[in-house]
Design a protein around this ligand. Structure first.
Ligand code: DGL
Length: 355
């Protein structure tokens, strides 16, 4: 090969390398924080339902989707490796502290959290109230382990990274990406125990779609979130107050409710029937608890619709708070944070309507 042709080949190779490096440098820096779940799970058979969640480390979850490198510069971290029925506030605090640190030190343009689907909505909501930045934080998971036929985890992760790297995903609060849909942390919930289309936001609908990594938003959340949040935590937040949830039903024993109210708690969520209604006997127990300083939030076991003030229950008389359209499990998280910040009842009630 003559000298000038060789020179030209080297020059083309040099240009290609520079172009690739420049393109890579333009890709968003996305941190993937892994917590476990089915997306890190594995089963013995591709057609059998039996599997174990949270067996693969973050590197294996990421390496199963090599296409991620085409849309972002990826860095993986293992926060924990658990089935999300074992999720607890100490991991929420760890996630919130790490994400705030990544954004404060400008180490990430966006964050993706891989998570079990059972409590994914709770972690998303907690972070929606405690992240102090408007950069994208996106949670995702899977309903089938990677070993199953038509596993959903790989595309969910690819789509979550695409959303976390999208400029239009900023300033929309914490997001959940599952089954090609983008949901806000406030309204999303797991609505099906086994179907890959398990998640929905029946009150507000999806914020948008992500189809093979192509992100499109058709709306934005109408509540305050993340950096606007009143309940942002200091870096080392310490232990959050325990807040039990009691599920209402016909014939509930008021003594059981009384025993829980006397167990050194600062707040309680009552998932009542209908518009958050307790029975008359339970109402009397909750009224007494409220009178001695326990913050009582009326939520509902009904899947749709808000719990409204002063309908069948005279909330003003008893000092009760209503959960608005927050599910009992999310109403609990907001109350834990509000009590941790020592907010008074009128401020707490405002949080339920505004966040
Ligand atoms: N054990 C459940 C969890 O980790 C598995 C459900 C899932 O991740 O899809 O939430």
């Amino acid at each position: 090969m003559n000298k000038s042709l060789l020179t030209r080949c080297f020059f083309v190779l040099y240009l290609l390398t520079i172009t690739c490096l420049a393109t890579a440098a333009e890709l968003p820096e996305i941190s993937i924080l892994a917590t476990g779940g089915t997306i890190a799970g594995s089963g013995a058979s591709a057609t059998g339902s039996a599997y174990k969640a949270a067996v693969n480390p973050v590197d294996k979850v990421i390496s199963a989707v090599p296409q991620l490198e085409q849309i972002a510069r990826i860095r993986g971290e293992q926060i924990c490796n658990i089935s999300s029925q074992d999720m607890k506030p100490e991991y929420w605090l760890k996630l919130a502290a790490r994400i705030n640190q990544l954004f404060r030190l400008n180490l990430a343009d966006g964050v993706v959290i891989t998570h079990g689907t059972d409590t994914l909505e709770e972690t998303a909501w907690f972070l929606n109230l405690t992240i102090a930045y408007d950069k994208p934080v996106v949670l995702t998971g899977s309903m089938r382990p990677g070993s199953a036929l038509s596993a959903d985890g790989a595309m969910n992760l690819y789509n979550a990274v695409a959303v976390a790297g999208a400029r239009e995903a900023r300033n929309k609060g914490v997001l959940v990406v599952m089954n090609d849909r983008i949901y806000s942390a406030r309204g999303v919930r797991k609505c099906d125990t086994i179907n890959p289309a398990a998640f929905d936001d029946r009150e507000n609908g999806a914020l948008g779609r992500v189809n093979y990594g192509k992100v499109s938003f058709n709306t934005r959340p109408d509540k305050k979130h993340t950096y606007q949040s009143l309940v942002k935590l200091p870096l080392f937040a310490g232990k959050l107050p325990e807040v039990p949830i009691i599920y209402g039903y016909a014939g509930i024993d008021p003594q059981m409710v009384e025993t829980i109210c006397q167990s050194n708690i600062r707040g309680i969520v009552y998932a009542g029937v209908g518009n958050g209604n307790p029975s008359e006997e339970v109402l009397n127990v909750l009224a007494k608890a409220s009178a001695v300083g326990i913050t009582v939030v009326r939520a509902t076991r009904v899947p749709d619709g808000p719990v409204t003030l002063d309908a069948e229950v005279d909330d003003a008389k008893y000092g009760f708070i209503v959960s608005d359209s927050l599910t009992p499990q999310k109403a609990r998280i907001l109350l834990m944070l509000a009590l941790h910040k020592d907010l008074d009842r009128s401020e707490i009630q405002r949080l339920y309507f505004e966040y």
